[in-house]
Design a protein around this ligand. Structure first.
Ligand code: HEM
Length: 415
């Protein structure tokens, strides 16, 4: 199933390399190019719509919604979330209610927009094959799920982000969750690569044994790139999302090491404490991919083993609510990193400048993205630039096939 997305991921990453290679400025803030890539992968999978450029209207709607969600998802924003009993008061006595309702209007409108477009396509029998269409046509829609629920599951963000836009909402919306987490992780990777040239050198040396100058890295190469995969695991260890760790809830009484945890308790898995434990990760604050050279499987495979000490990290969670997108995310990150290292040397913006890795370099919000930063992307060679251009030109011309549907530059081809 996850592997069926590989053509979409490869296509978007090829565009990312092309976009980054042809920027007029020498000091580049990579964030919006990375965000377009992740967003387009998730939009294609969910709504059959590609997002070819940053000024695409879908991006603008997403940015607006994200700004609001980023603001309200910090713990403590709504007192009723912290002291749930206050949420049982009549609406007129809840101090956050009016403000939250106002903020919900534009976020809700943005979610419903895409759902309505897909619904119209479905009525006209021209809806592209995508997760949104599957959901629309599933039994769930007739049995309790409303159109709004469907729109939120497909694109919104809910309990996972610590907020609940609708009180019954239990699912995380695919588009935003998948986009935010992958974007932040890949942006963090670029920040660290610019800081750690020796890591880049080692990654490049590994790549040189596997991929020549005449073609860009492909998925088939990734299994032969243990150091590149280790870099991805290491950044997920250093920067788990969201900041508070894993919030789970006991649906029955649990006895743990002699302590009884009552039903209905929120249990917090402290990912940061686990990931910075020096007995598991020597020198835990350093970006050291060697921590993971012995971990050559996907994170989901370690999670399935059941032994907590075998796990690579807990960045994708644990238990029944573990991230279902982990494998897809690792595929995107591994391939993107292989291509970045193959195409560019990533450097601080000037020879005097140093990248900021202090606590001040990250936003103080739930997902803790890095604050804007700039890097210099020095092409590895003229030859590789040319190969990158040719690969992108060919990809644009040919498009790709996703689950039997032709996808062109604009998205799914409408029958
Ligand atoms: C680097 C990328 C990603 C990271 C770090 C990440 C991390 C997480 C974490 C920590 C959770 C909560 C798990 C728990 O509570 O135990 C989660 C849940 C979730 N993730 Fe991801 N995720 C990523 C990418 C994705 C992608 C690409 C998708 C979609 C294809 C996705 C879809 C979801 C969904 C739907 C849930 C909610 C699962 C549930 O509550 O049952 N994630 N993710």
């Amino acid at each position: 199933m996850t592997e069926s997305f590989l053509p979409a991921q490869a296509f978007e990453i090829t565009q990312l390399m092309h976009d980054l290679a042809h920027l007029p400025e020498t000091e580049v803030d990579p964030h919006k190019y990375i965000r377009r890539t992740s967003f387009s992968i998730m939009m294609t999978a969910t709504y059959g719509r590609r997002v070819p450029t940053w000024d695409h209207q879908d991006v603008q709607h997403m940015i607006k919604g994200r700004e609001i969600l980023g603001k309200v998802s910090k713990p403590g924003t709504f007192i009723e979330d912290e002291i749930p009993v206050l949420g049982k008061l009549p609406y007129c006595l809840q101090s956050s209610r009016g403000w939250a309702a106002q903020l919900a209007i534009p976020v809700h409108a943005a979610k419903m927009r895409l759902w309505k477009i897909l619904r119209e396509q479905q009525f006209a029998d021209v809806a592209p094959a995508c997760f949104g269409r599957e959901l629309m046509m599933s039994d769930s829609m007739g049995h309790g799920l409303t159109e709004e629920d469907g729109a939120w599951i497909a694109s919104g963000m809910s309990e996972f982000n610590g907020i609940s836009p609708r009180s019954t909402d239990q699912e995380a919306g695919l588009v935003e969750v998948g986009t935010e987490t992958s974007t932040i992780t890949l942006t963090n990777l670029m920040l660290y690569l610019a800081t750690y040239p020796k890591v880049q050198e080692r990654a490049l040396a590994e790549l040189s044994d596997v991929v020549s100058d005449t073609r860009m890295p492909r998925f088939e190469d990734v299994e032969h790139l243990p150091y590149i995969r280790a870099c991805v695991k290491e950044i997920l260890r250093l920067h788990p999302i969201p900041t508070w760790g894993l919030k789970h809830y006991t649906d029955g009484e649990v006895s743990y090491k002699g302590t009884v945890i009552p039903k209905g308790t929120v249990v917090l898995g402290n990912t940061w404490a686990i990931h910075y434990d020096p007995s598991r990760y020597p020198n835990p604050t350093a970006f050291n991919p060697e921590h993971y050279l012995a971990h050559n499987k996907y994170a989901a495979e370690y999670a399935a083993m059941g032994d907590p000490l075998q796990r690579d990290h807990y960045a994708f969670g644990a238990g029944r609510r573990i991230c279902p997108g982990a494998r897809l995310a690792e595929n995107t990150l591994n391939l993107a990193l292989a291509n970045l290292v193959w195409c560019f040397r990533i450097e601080p913006p000037s020879s005097e400048a140093q990248m900021d890795l202090s606590d001040e370099a990250w936003e103080d919000t739930a997902f803790r993205p890095p604050k804007p930063f700039k890097v210099r992307l020095v092409p590895r060679s003229e030859e590789r630039l040319r190969v990158g251009d040719q690969t992108w030109a060919k990809a644009r011309e040919e498009g790709y096939t996703l689950r039997g549907v032709r996808i062109n530059e604009e998205g799914a081809e409408i029958r």
